[in-house]
Design a protein around this ligand. Structure first.
Ligand SMILES: [Fe+2]
Length: 194
């Protein structure tokens, strides 16, 4: 297990727009490659999921959320925002909010809440912690994604191999992060198609 979250993020960030298109063909020859674009021409848009009761507007512009939960298991989540023809969408809003290491949401401040705008290649990433389970739900992150001038996609991302995934009515297999375990935590990849 030689990789770290940082090394996988660095690999992701060197995956340029042109490389991403090339890698789609490459992926068929090398399916173990972890950082390929998960989109083909004509892909369906990412499905929606309810925001739930814990969304709060006006989250900070921040991608490093882990200082809010220093006891949590570290995870980096990253991906592209793409249109349905697989073209990266720069300047898209990506907002995350999630439960802490005890399964609680911050309903007063903005702990484990943040947003950012995709870079010129349409990429986003957050450094945060793995949310704990809370009653009635499987493990999940909440997201809002808004392409420039577009509508807001509200959805949730899930973790592979969670025992409660199949009991959760909001779970959907197309919303599962592509997860890698590294030496210093997990690295989860998901491309939003909006
Ligand atoms: Fe939730």
């Amino acid at each position: 297990m030689p990789s770290t979250r940082r090394s996988l993020l660095t690999a992701f960030l060197t995956l340029s727009l042109i490389d991403a298109a090339r890698m789609r063909a490459f992926a068929q020859a090398a399916p173990e490659l972890p950082l390929t674009l998960s989109c083909d021409d004509g892909n369906d848009v990412t499905i929606e999921r309810e925001a739930g009761p814990f969304f709060r507007p006006n989250s900070p512009l921040e991608r490093d959320l882990y200082p809010g939960a220093p006891g949590g298991e570290r995870i980096t989540v990253a991906g592209f925002v793409l249109d349905s023809r697989c073209r990266p969408l720069a300047g898209s809003l990506v907002e995350i909010w999630h439960a802490d290491e005890n399964g609680a949401y911050d309903s007063i401040g903005f702990r484990l809440r943040g947003h950012q705008f995709t870079d010129v290649q349409g990429r986003w990433w957050f450094n945060t912690i793995v949310p704990a389970l809370y009653p009635g739900r499987t493990r999940h992150f909440h997201f809002k994604v808004e392409r420039p001038g577009g509508r807001v996609l509200t959805t949730q991302l899930y973790f592979p191999g969670e025992p409660r995934n199949l009991e959760d009515q909001l779970f959907h297999e197309t919303l599962v992060l592509d997860m890698k375990q590294t030496r210093d935590g997990r690295f989860g990849r998901f491309d939003f198609i909006v």
